[in-house]
Write a protein that binds this ligand. Structure first.
Ligand SMILES: Nc1ncnc2c1ncn2[C@@H]1O[C@H](COP(=O)(O)OP(=O)(O)OP(=O)(O)O)[C@@H](O)[C@H]1O
Ligand SMILES: [Mg+2]
Length: 281
């Protein structure tokens, strides 16, 4: 597969084979979010502190309404925390940030533009035309849409549109890729293929990834660490979700879906999410 960032190989013996990219670390420091209107205040998130290493994939799991998307939006600079802050590398996120890119559950492509033109929208503004053309065609190849460059979004399947959306997010070689249930609307088989594609892309271009998902298997397939948002048992009196549990996934990618190696983690995560009981935030 084409490498997206043309990563260079570090030839020192300790680092041999490891690719270097412009991946950046992300730090959440005591992040909280309370939504207020004239009559009430609703604390959704509280006291979230988490450091994500450069090139790490972290999956964010939690019951519906726990605040996963809110946390991702804060990281993307699309929303502001009520307390605490998020930093990418050493710089605080204070608004939409060029160092990160987001893809959502819906592809959000412009229906009147071709897939190529939609992907081009993700490029930095000043990109010269010829560079842009080359880059778009490289990205379309990475997401296996080379033959559909001129198609409109309505002329392709949901999975293909989602791949174009991923290519658009990757276009400016983000230091941090923020994914909010990017495969949530896809059928099961397409979803598995998309997961493999992300693993493949990350192997070639190991950017930092924060992935929101409802799917325990998806989290275990992709992530280095799985963060469960919720309310720890001893803190049930406090409003808002926080980090309930962090699970390390020790197996290297790509992971064999038929392996039973991760079965115990699957069980633990499902229990953590209260499957079988009434799951609450
Ligand atoms: N702009 C907003 N104004 C008021 N409340 C909001 C706003 N955005 C989110 N919320 C509330 O914050 C809570 C968390 O929402 P969020 O979308 O982050 O949850 P989620 O974990 O992503 O849920 P899901 O898994 O269903 O996508 C919800 O109760 C939601 O109503
Ligand atoms: Mg959400």
């Amino acid at each position: 597969m084409t490498a997206l960032l043309t990563p260079t190989e570090d030839t020192s013996s300790a680092q041999k084979g490891k690719k270097t990219t412009n991946a950046l670390p992300v730090t959440f420091t005591s992040v909280g979010r309370t939504f207020t209107d004239r009559r009430s205040a609703h604390t959704v998130l509280r006291d979230i502190s988490l450091s994500i290493d450069s090139g790490e994939i972290v999956a964010l799991l939690g019951a519906s309404g726990c605040g996963k998307s809110t946390l991702l939006r804060i990281a993307a600079g699309l929303d502001s925390p009520s307390t605490g802050h998020v930093s990418i590398a050493d710089k605080r996120v204070t608004g939409i940030d060029e160092r990160s890119a987001v893809a959502f559950q819906e592809s959000r492509l412009l229906p009147w533009r071709s897939l190529a033109a939609n992907v081009a929208l993700g490029l930095p503004r000043q990109t010269p035309k010829t560079t842009a053309k080359e880059r778009v065609s490289e990205l379309l190849e990475v997401v296996r849409l080379k033959d559909f460059a001129d198609h409109r979004p309505r002329e392709v399947s949901g999975g293909m549109a989602q791949r174009a959306s991923l290519a658009r997010a990757l276009a400016r070689t983000p230091g941090v890729l923020l994914l909010d249930e990017p495969f949530g609307a896809l059928d099961a088989l397409t979803r598995l293929r998309m997961q493999d594609l992300v693993v493949d892309i990350h192997e070639n271009t190991p950017t930092t990834v924060l992935l929101v998902t409802h799917d325990v298997d998806e989290a275990l397939q992709l992530a280095d660490r799985v963060v469960v948002l919720g309310t720890p048992e001893h803190e049930t009196q406090q409003p808002g979700a926080t980090i309930q549990r962090i699970v390390n996934v020790p197996t290297p990618r790509p992971r064999d879906r038929s392996s039973t190696e991760l079965a115990h983690l699957r069980g633990e995560l499902l229990a953590e999410l209260g499957v079988g009981e009434a799951a609450t935030c």
